[in-house]
Design a protein. Structure first.
Length: 406
């Protein structure tokens, strides 16, 4: 198969061949360009023609769009900020291959407005169109072909739409807004590093054009705010549609095998790191160029903080959400043959990072941070309410409380 559009037809034909006559196996060959069809060029051309900004979802991202691309708006979560900074919300959204769900605000309307906004959804799976949100126009199509078709149309018929260029500039300017955590102290009252400042400083040492894998709950959220500063060649967010944890280790392994001359950064929270940390043994046996960074706050950060938001002081003892502060990931990594370092202060970062980059083979950094402050995305996902008729469902939509007749 060399064309994505041919996939259903060829698979159906292959099934017929395999099941007819004497049943047997049928081998399908998929060209890499078909299975990993890059839409970036077509989408950037369409974006420039229509002067529309492009946002990525936090569900999964491979950064085909250069950070320096003028219309790269960054994370789609920024759209939730518009009402709070006095910027009008969009009146048209093209949902191109992105799947609706909790990473696009569910049905809350926080990211995709639930009124006064036209929604166009393009997906290769027709079942996805309108699955969560009502759409004004749906197209069952490969995103690259959709964008390429519009580009061909605009080559003969100029774009007739009206775009508020000031609005576009204002929305793109959200990326340059100073972080509310910038003025907070680098060291928390607990004596541990503020997660924002810790990752901000650490990422300055990451080599440019690295491949960065993000895995975990709050750790990748803090890192994601500054990730473009190190100009990575690719960013892969491994949480998928249901908040998977731990699969970043496998993604890092694949990236290192595919691109042996590039540095692969495998960044985790201590919760997600616990799932497959023994993969560092595999990294060593194959001498892979992977740096694993464990952002250790001694707890399931998103779970613990989410429970604090919902239950507060009602149930102060919640040991299930806490992880042991005696667990030393740097020592475990060293035992598995990975050169390692434990960083607990800003001053430790430069010598530790430089030393590890000079090492051949896999390395590991354990970055100890505080579990506070709570990341704002965690706050938005919890959806706490005092309304008695609603049941709070973290990471999803709150639902009306059921009442039964006696």
């Amino acid at each position: 198969m060399t064309n994505p559009e041919d996939t259903p037809r060829i698979v159906k034909y292959a099934m017929g061949v395999a099941l007819s006559g004497a049943p047997g196996r049928c081998l399908n060959g998929v060209d890499p360009d078909a299975s990993m069809y890059k839409a970036a060029e077509s989408l950037m051309k369409l974006s420039e023609t229509c002067h529309m900004p492009i946002f990525d979802t936090t569900k999964c991202k491979i950064s085909f769009f250069p950070s320096q691309f003028a219309l790269n708006g960054g994370a789609s979560s920024a759209l939730a900020l518009l009402p709070h900074v006095g910027i009008q919300r969009p009146d048209l959204i093209l949902l191109l291959g992105a799947r609706t769900g909790m990473f696009l605000g569910g049905r809350s309307g926080a990211i995709i407005p639930d009124k006064d906004c036209k929604l166009v959804q393009v997906d290769v799976d027709g079942a996805e169109i309108g699955r969560t949100l009502p759409v004004d126009l749906g197209a069952i199509c490969d995103v690259t072909q959709f964008a390429a078709g519009l580009n061909r149309h605009f080559e003969t018929a100029s774009f007739q739409g009206s775009v508020d260029t000031k609005w576009v500039d204002d929305v793109l300017g959200l990326k340059s807004l100073p972080s509310p955590y910038e003025q907070q102290a680098e060291v928390q009252p607990s004596g541990r590093l503020h997660p924002y400042h810790a990752l901000k400083h650490l990422l300055t040492f990451v080599p440019k054009e690295s491949i960065i894998i993000l895995d975990g709950g709050e750790a990748p959220l803090w890192a994601g705010e500054m990730i473009s500063t190190c100009s990575p060649s690719a960013i892969v967010k491994s949480s998928g549609g249901l908040g998977f944890l731990g699969n970043g280790f496998g993604y890092a392994l694949g990236a290192a095998v595919a691109c042996p001359d590039q540095t692969v950064i495998n960044l985790h929270g201590d919760g997600s790191a616990g799932f497959h940390f023994m993969d560092l043994d595999t990294y060593k046996r194959h001498n892979l160029n992977i740096m694993t960074i464990v952002v250790n706050n001694y707890c399931w950060g998103m779970s613990s903080n989410g429970q604090d938001l919902i239950y507060g002081t009602k149930t102060p003892t919640r040991p299930v959400s806490h992880l042991s502060p005696v667990t030393d990931y740097s020592l475990v990594a060293k035992a598995l043959g990975n050169a390692s370092a434990k960083i607990q202060s800003i001053d430790d970062m430069s010598p530790a990072f430089v030393k590890l980059l000079d090492q051949s083979g896999p390395t590991c950094i354990e970055l100890v941070v505080d579990d506070k402050p709570i990341h704002p995305i965690t706050v938005s996902m919890v959806g706490q309410t005092d309304e008695p008729g609603m049941v709070v469902v973290p990471y999803y939509d709150n639902v009306p409380r059921a009442y039964y007749k006696s």
